[in-house]
Ligand binder design. Structure first.
Ligand code: CMC
Length: 430
């Protein structure tokens, strides 16, 4: 980071205070207020962190106004078009695109960690068959901490690397097993001769009694969907992982915390909610009614898959997602009427003053559910797939934080509005 020439000036109680202004490689300036409380006794107030940079990071950059998303400088559109999920994972973890040998080595390493400790299978039996896969993921991923003690010393860079690789590698196995458990089919063991994504598809849709052939177009589409979800700067779940990790918690526990946060409908759960919404709308003629509901302040209904805290323009991931959707439909020769409803809803919303004024555009979750559904995933698996892919971002961000020698525990303060000190009153006197 660089120091800007100018400082920010704050006047409080008649006193002037100067604060350094920091500049990243690109993006808004950041006022460094770390000394504010010590100097003035005042806090800043920013619930939801709308104006707060919670950390320094070199991984991902978003320009929400322009609809730009870069991983280590590379535009998401280029990565989605030319790269693979394994390559993007390497890039996020290591900072540079791998050479051919580096990629082969990385792929081989991840492949070697795909199996789960056999005892972990018993965890699944503890869940009801209708358990949401995200509930299972929270539990099983958190439980990894109890199985892989040899990689939980976070002060050891080698442990950090191994636990990161384990998390990335085991997540498809964990997610696929959650699915198999829910439908009562035998769990499939990984086949390490397949690609990361091909292996996941086989563990999800294959059965032991029959050979499973990975459909190349579906494998490519799924891999691209994983790329689109790999990382997204300091979003809610990533910030959760960082905050959990800032206390020194192990990466398996931190990732379980990230999964819990991702589950919410305002975050990763939106893909499930978006498809449910499109199915409820049913046909294009019913769209205006739902648009009116979304605009009604007295109705809690929102257009799911629309709007974003950072993007005030088209989410670049949604552009790729829409293209991928068409490719999948062509490959599978399907034509789901829900897609027509989605296209029409997008068109009507983008031409509506409410959505224009508030700069609400389709986000990554608007189209992803339709693709995942056409591939054969039930809606409950959508967020689990998001978690699988986002694990790469979570561990990369966690590694970046822990490797920083200046890292401290995250501990926000508050604007207290409760009662001031008062004396305890015995129960018979209240
Ligand atoms: N439908 C209708 N109105 C909306 C919507 C929507 N989808 N999103 C925002 N608004 C309105 C909101 O009511 C508010 O209006 P007003 O200023 O009159 O109070 C204004 O737009 C600003 O919204 P906000 O909730 O203050 O903005 P935020 O940055 O806190 O929330 C969001 C961002 C993503 C939670 C929100 O847009 C939303 O709930 N979208 C639907 C859920 C969704 O698609 N989530 C996936 C996000 S992308 C994937 C991910 O990152 O996980």
């Amino acid at each position: 980071m660089n120091l800007a020439d100018e400082q920010a000036k704050l006047t409080l109680n008649g006193n002037d205070h100067d604060y350094p202004v920091l500049q990243g490689s690109v993006g808004p300036d950041v006022i460094d207020i770390r000394k504010l409380y010590g100097q003035t006794g005042a806090f800043t107030f920013d619930p939801g962190y709308k104006s707060t940079a919670s950390c320094e990071s070199a991984l991902t950059y978003i320009d929400g106004n322009e609809g730009v998303l870069l991983h280590r400088g590379y535009p998401i559109g280029q990565l989605a078009e030319h790269s693979s999920f394994m390559e993007v994972a390497y890039l996020l973890l290591n900072g540079e695109l791998p050479s051919g040998d580096e990629l082969a080595d990385f792929d081989n390493t991840i492949t070697r960690h795909t199996m789960l400790h056999d005892q972990l299978r018993q965890f699944y039996q503890g869940f009801r068959r209708d358990a949401h896969p995200m509930a299972i993921m929270c539990g099983v991923v958190g439980a990894l901490s109890a199985f892989y003690h040899d990689s939980t010393d976070i002060s050891d860079p080698e442990h950090r690397t191994i636990s990161s690789h384990r998390l990335i590698a085991k997540m498809p196995t964990i997610a696929a097993m959650a699915y198999k458990y829910s439908i009562g089919q035998p769990m499939m063991q990984p086949d390490n001769s397949l690609s990361y994504t091909g292996n996941f598809l086989r563990m999800t849709f294959g059965v032991p009694a029959e050979p499973y052939e990975v459909h190349p177009a579906i494998e490519k589409a799924m891999d691209r969907i994983f790329i689109l979800h790999a990382d997204h700067e300091q979003n809610a779940s990533t910030s959760t992982v960082r905050l959990a990790g800032s206390s020194g918690a192990n990466p398996f526990a931190c990732t379980a915390a990230g999964i819990a946060c991702l589950w919410g409908p305002a975050h990763g759960g939106a893909n499930e909610a978006a498809l449910n919404m499109l199915q409820e709308i049913g046909s294009p003629d019913r769209i205006p009614h739902y648009i009116e509901r979304a605009k009604d302040k007295n109705d809690p209904f929102r257009l799911m898959g629309f709007g974003h805290r950072v993007y005030k323009n088209y989410d670049p991931r949604a552009t790729v997602m829409q293209k991928t959707l068409r490719e999948v439909f062509d490959a599978l020769n399907v034509n789901d009427p829900v897609f027509e409803t989605a296209l029409r809803l997008e068109e009507l919303a983008l031409n509506d003053d409410y959505f224009k004024e508030k700069k609400l555009f389709p986000n990554v979750d608007f189209y992803s559910g339709i693709i995942l559904s056409s591939i054969g995933f039930p809606t409950t698996m959508f967020t689990a797939l998001f978690a699988l892919a986002r694990t790469v971002g979570w561990v990369a961000q966690w590694n970046e934080m822990i490797s920083d020698p200046g890292q401290v525990i995250g501990r926000p303060r508050q604007l207290y509005t409760g009662p001031t000190q008062r004396d305890y009153v015995p129960v018979d006197k209240r």
